[in-house]
Design a protein around this ligand. Structure first.
Ligand SMILES: [Mg+2]
Length: 181
């Protein structure tokens, strides 16, 4: 299967003021090891992340590359890897279909890896993640890390339900491996 992961609030701690440097990329406990379990089970794993900090002019593409180098290095240390990282750099006021809740990154990932929507799961923490996955026709799991608890408290739009809710990426990966989503 193809497992698509939101980044902020799923792999690393979400920051209201954006992750602007490698130092600000703080991993959620167990998230890197959870990705290793997906790799070991033979699943494709890709990140689909909105990074409006680029479109807003807060960081450059090079700074994002440095942040993602830290992510790759830390994954390698636990024998894990990502098959791809898809980034939507759009500012909210200039959003294309690539920026979630648009389905663009999910469609691009499914096309790249030739996976049907029924064989694709998105794991995210925000309503926009759930909406993007819904529009793309993917399975979806909401994690309670990052904005997840707030998302759950606020309630999801009825058309997005039912959504599987996991404590964190570690538990979301349990769901994937047990095909419970
Ligand atoms: Mg997020």
């Amino acid at each position: 299967m193809l497992i698509l992961l939101d980044r902020d609030g799923v792999i690393n701690e979400d920051r209201a003021d954006f992750v602007k440097s490698p130092e600000e990329l703080v991993f959620i406990p167990g998230s890197l090891e959870a990705i290793a379990r997906l790799n070991n089970a033979g699943h494709l794993v890709a990140v689909v992340t909105n990074q409006s900090c680029i479109g807003r002019g807060i960081i450059t593409e090079d700074q994002l590359t440095a942040i993602h180098s830290k992510l790759h290095d830390n994954l390698r240390a636990v024998k894990a890897h990502l098959d791809a990282i898809f980034v939507a750099p759009d500012a909210p006021w200039a959003a294309t279909q690539m920026r979630k809740p648009g389905p663009g990154m999910m469609l691009k990932a499914m096309d790249r890896f030739r996976q049907a929507s029924g064989e694709t799961v998105l794991i995210g923490d925000s309503p926009g993640d759930m909406e993007a996955a819904f529009v793309a026709g993917c399975h979806r799991v909401l994690v309670q890390t990052g904005k997840g608890q707030r998302t759950q408290r606020a309630g999801l739009a009825p058309h997005l339900l039912p959504v599987s809710v996991a404590r964190d990426l570690e538990q979301a990966v349990d769901y994937v491996l047990e095909e419970r989503f």
